[in-house]
Write a protein that binds this ligand. Structure first.
Ligand SMILES: [Zn+2]
Length: 200
């Protein structure tokens, strides 16, 4: 059995994923969105939603789609997806976002700092991050471009799997923004590393 690791509710973790290895991310309780950010192991390339839109030609990504780097290298391929709806438009929630949108004063748990701290532990200095892959986050584009955030479609135990196309440093965050989680407080996520055959 592959070992299952937990992403704490509203927190983040970092992991390394070698080329060819697979990462499964699981919504343990259902309805919880999260953020994934990736750097090449050497820190030279990072995940780019814009390049991914360039080469994929679409904003909704699922099985078979590739996540590209800002230097135009394939980073991750989605090889399985039980949910089928993720967002790649929004930047990770941040301290500033909670201040500007909700008037939060002082610190507020946020995906940006979770991802940045997790990457720092992997030896990658990423003080400012662009858009992350917001897995399970359910965003509709309506009325000529307006964005509507709906509850995640993920049910308890649902997951997606990505395969590394290069050696990667990856950060995951359980998003603390209730708007992105159907109005609920953040809950934990989980992940497993291995190949499909190892996980059987
Ligand atoms: Zn967030």
């Amino acid at each position: 059995m592959t070992q299952r690791h937990i992403v704490p509710a509203g927190g983040g973790v970092g992991l390394r994923l070698e080329r060819g290895r697979e990462l499964r991310v699981i919504d343990v309780e259902g309805g919880q969105s999260g953020d994934l950010f990736a750097y090449s192991a050497d820190g030279r390339e990072r995940l780019s939603n814009g390049r991914t839109f360039d080469y994929g030609g679409k904003i909704y990504l699922s099985t078979g789609d590739v996540l590209w780097s800002d230097r135009s290298s394939p980073m991750l391929t989605i090889v399985a997806d039980e949910v089928g709806r993720h967002d790649f438009l929004y930047a990770p929630c941040s301290r500033e976002m909670y201040r500007i949108q909700y008037g939060a004063t002082g610190d507020h748990p946020n995906c940006h700092d979770n991802l940045s701290a997790a990457l720092r532990e992997l030896g990658i200095d990423a003080p400012v991050l662009p858009a992350a892959f917001n897995f399970f986050m359910n965003v509709d584009v309506v009325d000529g471009g307006r964005l509507v955030i709906a509850p995640p479609r993920s049910r308890a135990g649902d997951s997606f799997v990505v395969r590394a196309e290069m050696d990667l440093a990856i950060a995951l965050s359980s998003c603390p923004a209730s708007l992105c989680n159907g109005g609920r407080a953040p809950r934990p996520l989980a992940y497993e590393i291995g190949t499909t055959s190892e996980r059987r």
